[in-house]
Design a protein around this ligand. Structure first.
Ligand code: IDP
Ligand code: MG
Length: 157
């Protein structure tokens, strides 16, 4: 199982889309193991987007993600990092496929509602910026066997 950070940016909160986005995560069969609402501190935003420092969109991006309440989640599942990124869609929401969160609900390259970790290393680093180990819960959804199937040897696929 993999864990990934999923962030609902301030535009998702302001536009009242938090529930609809979380609904897609749950309906997909992904498991939410951590969830909180917060105003992202500038320092956390800078560390989260360190890879984009120096780019022309960095300063407005910082201002945007720190502009109001956001929702941070840790989402768990098989190949959860890639699965969440596919649910979110292309960075430029205008080009994102219909059926994705950005494709269905957004029209901007910056105001694209969400952030999802892009690799196991980013996921580990980003989760630690927002959650302590105690804030993430271990539990076994009873429907997991129906989401993944379960063979006699316990393999999931
Ligand atoms: P991602 O969120 O799909 O991983 P990144 O390239 O990592 O996309 O960019 C981080 C965030 O910076 C994007 O989600 C978006 O909010 C913003 N961003 C990326 N590229 C641009 C751009 O060209 N113009 C304005 N904002 C951008
Ligand atoms: Mg990124």
């Amino acid at each position: 199982m993999e864990r990934t950070l999923l962030l609902l940016k301030p535009d998702a909160v302001q536009r009242g889309l938090v529930g609809r986005i979380i609904d897609r995560v749950e309906a997909k069969g992904l498991k939410i193991v951590g969830l909180k609402m917060l105003a992202i501190p500038r320092e956390i935003a800078e560390r989260m987007y360190a890879e984009h420092e120096g780019k022309d969109f960095h300063a407005p991006l910082m201002e945007f993600v720190c502009s109001g309440p956001a929702v941070a989640m840790v989402v768990e599942g098989l190949d959860a990092i890639a699965a969440v990124r596919r649910l979110l869609g292309n960075t430029n929401a205008r080009e994102a496929a219909a059926g994705t969160v950005r494709g269905d609900f957004a029209m901007s390259r910056r105001h694209n509602l969400t952030h999802g970790s892009d690799s196991p290393a980013s996921a580990e680093r980003e989760i630690a910026l927002f959650f302590t180990p105690e804030e993430m819960l271990d539990y076994q959804p009873t429907m997991d066997a129906w989401i993944y199937g379960r063979l006699a040897d316990g393999e999931r696929t």
